[in-house]
Design a protein around this ligand. Structure first.
Ligand code: FMN
Length: 172
C-alpha cells in the first residue's frame, strides 16, 4: 500500500477476529515503532506485549473506554523511560504508536489507542494500575495500551475538519 493511502485509510479498530497475530508480525510492528523520530534520538520507548487472557482482562479494567482489550488477541503497553527523556517521552512514545498503527494497517491489522497517561489525576491512577499489573519499574511512565487484532468491523466514516479550517499560510 502507498504510504499516503495507509495514513489516510487508518481507523481505530475495536472489534477483532479471534485469529492470533504471529510474533513475527508483532515484531514487525514494533520494529516500525522503534524507527520513529525522538528528541535527541533518545528513543525512550519500551513495549510490553501481552497475549495472556487473564492479564488482558486486568488491563481492560484500567480504563472504561478500553473494555475491548480483553477480546483483542494482543495488547501492547507503551512505556517511556522518563529518567532518560523527562521533557519529551510523551511525544516520542506517541510517534512510536502512530508508526505502530501504520505498520499494522499495512499488514492488514487494526488497532486502537486506549488512554493510560493523561494530564489529569485519572492518568496517574491508571498508570499506577498498569505498572502494578505488569511489574513495570517505577522510573517508567505508561503512555497507553495499543489493542491489536485483525479487524472485525468497518467503522463508519468520521468527520474530519476541512483543510481550509486548519491551515494558515504565512500568518494566522
Ligand atoms: C490520546 C488518545 C487517546 C485515546 N483514547 C482512547 C480510549 O481510551 N478508548 C478508545 O476506544 N479510543 C481512544 N482513542 C481513539 C480515538 O477515539 C480515535 O482515534 C478517534 O475517535 C478518531 O478515530 P480514528 O482513529 O478512527 O480516526 C484515543 C486516541 C488518542 C489519540
Amino acid at each position: 500500500m502507498e504510504v499516503i493511502n495507509v495514513i489516510n485509510s487508518r481507523r481505530s479498530i475495536r472489534k477483532y477476529k479471534k485469529q492470533d497475530i504471529p510474533n513475527e508480525k508483532i515484531l514487525q510492528i514494533l520494529d516500525a515503532a522503534r524507527h520513529a523520530p525522538s528528541a535527541s534520538n533518545i528513543q525512550p520507548w519500551e513495549f510490553v506485549v501481552v497475549k495472556d487472557k487473564a492479564t488482558k482482562e486486568k488491563l481492560s479494567r484500567v480504563n472504561v473506554y478500553g473494555k475491548f482489550i480483553v477480546d483483542a488477541p494482543v495488547a501492547i503497553v507503551v512505556i517511556g523511560d522518563e529518567s532518560r527523556s523527562p521533557g519529551h517521552w510523551v511525544e516520542d512514545c506517541s510517534l512510536a504508536v502512530e508508526n505502530m498503527f501504520l505498520a499494522a494497517k499495512a499488514l492488514g491489522i487494526g488497532g486502537c489507542w486506549v488512554a493510560v497517561f493523561s494530564l489529569d489525576s485519572r492518568g496517574l491512577e491508571r498508570e499506577k494500575k498498569v505498572k502494578e499489573i505488569l511489574s513495570i519499574p517505577e522510573k517508567y511512565r505508561v503512555l497507553c495500551i495499543v489493542a491489536l487484532g485483525y479487524p472485525d468491523e468497518e467503522p463508519a466514516p468520521r468527520n474530519l475538519r476541512n483543510l481550509d479550517e486548519l491551515v494558515h499560510f504565512e500568518k494566522f
